[in-house]
Design a protein around this ligand. Structure first.
Ligand SMILES: C[S@@+](CC[C@H](N)C(=O)[O-])C[C@H]1O[C@@H](n2cnc3c(N)ncnc32)[C@H](O)[C@@H]1O
Length: 368
């Protein structure tokens, strides 16, 4: 009944059910869809080259329709409805807002005044988060809770992914002292940097004030003083030229239309010192061990079903050519193993097509 408080056990049970269903979808339904696709390829002697070819081949598949329905609606129920994350956090609003407004060391957070958000950004409830991650003061908490099950297989190990990327990035830019994390969200991607590189100074930018507030609160509670969270657009950071040794992002680029991706990568080139490194983690299906037409078809479908309209355009961009044009060298675009074994040839469960993009700003004067 609306108006009554949602009790914790019912909320936990509903969310556990959704996670269980998502796990079944990941481990059982996805491989069955893949098997049906392979059968259709064999039966029809087809050679799908593009996502559109694969879509034609799967037209009329009841199993695929079921898979697609579950993909959309399990995520929708995670956020919405009586036992969704939205209602759960809304009933605790006063306490959560007080947590965000409690004093923190002022250098940890800088919010814009009358900060204008880009139109593309406010036009979509990204990953089906009602109101996006920016419009509700408690959206950072909702997003934090939602992100725990972004990678259903990994569960709690999702944390690992950010640690793995941080390790890779710090190897790519050894000794980096000035680090910039673009699109930091509530700080999950930033935290391993400020913790693993305590002597470095870390700047983390995002558009979403509610997420930045939570990120700063978390850093304050962890005793971190080498980080600053700032409200800014990754495509126009306001940072001085050549002021960073390492620029990174995690799951940012696929949330941007291609012209904004271009401006963001150009901005990264501007703020990096010559020889500095850029390390981005995002999703490119064609780069994966099984990066065929089917991989593109399911990924592009995922983008549509999950309100991520720029996933497909990102995957269709010629990033290598763009990076070369922007003055990057030593470019690597390769699959990223987000958890042990996920890049094995026989890995059958659904996973995001995690891809790492590493590049060096031309003009290095450092000794290798
Ligand atoms: C999928 S989240 C990832 C957050 C974080 N990097 C992580 O790994 O948990 C993408 C983030 O990018 C932010 N974002 C999207 N467009 C942006 C832009 N133009 N400038 C800065 N941040 C942006 C969103 O607000 C969101 O917090």
């Amino acid at each position: 009944m609306s108006g009554t408080r949602i009790d914790g056990r019912s909320f936990a049970a509903a969310q556990a059910f959704l996670l269980g269903a998502k796990s079944y979808w990941t481990k059982r339904i996805f491989p069955a869809v893949r098997a049906e696709y392979d059968e259709r390829v064999a039966r029809e002697g087809a050679r799908p080259e593009t996502a559109a070819d694969a879509k034609r081949l799967m037209a009329g598949s009841t199993l695929y329709a079921y898979y697609a329905w579950l993909e959309r609606h399990l995520q929708r129920y995670k956020y919405s409805g009586r036992y969704g994350l939205q209602a759960w956090h809304a009933q605790d609003r006063a306490r959560l807002e007080a947590v965000l407004e409690a004093p923190i060391p002022p250098q940890l957070l800088e919010l814009g005044v009358d900060f204008e958000l880009p139109r593309y950004y406010i036009g979509t409830d990204i990953h089906q988060h009602p109101g996006g991650v920016w419009s509700d003061p408690v959206a950072g908490f909702v997003y934090e809770r939602g992100a725990r099950s972004t990678t259903p297989l990994a569960g709690a190990r999702h944390e690992d992914l950010h640690d793995r990327l941080t390790e890779l990035a710090l190897q790519a830019a050894p000794g980096a002292q000035r680090i910039l994390d673009l699109g930091c969200g509530f700080g999950k991607s930033t935290r391993p940097f400020y913790e693993r590189a305590p002597d470095a100074s870390v700047e983390a930018l995002d558009l979403a004030a509610p997420c930045l507030k939570l990120a700063a609160r978390t850093a304050a509670d962890a005793g971190a003083r080498n980080v600053r969270f700032r409200q800014a657009d990754a495509a126009a950071t306001g940072c001085p030229d050549a002021s960073f040794d390492l620029v990174t992002s995690t799951m940012l680029l696929h949330e941007m239309p291609p012209p904004v991706v271009e401006r963001t990568l150009a901005e990264a080139a501007r703020v990096l010192r010559p020889g500095g490194r850029m390390v981005h983690l995002d999703f490119l299906p064609q780069v994966q061990p099984r990066g065929d037409a089917f991989a593109r078809f399911v990924h592009y479908g995922h983008g549509r079903r999950n309100n991520e309209p720029y996933m497909e355009p990102l995957a269709e961009m010629d990033l290598a050519a763009l990076l070369a044009r922007l003055g990057f060298v030593n470019v690597e675009i390769r699959p990223f193993e987000e958890a042990d074994g996920t890049l094995a040839p026989d890995y059958a469960s659904w996973r995001f097509p995690w891809t790492v993009i590493i590049a060096e700003k031309r003009g290095a004067d450092r000794v290798r």
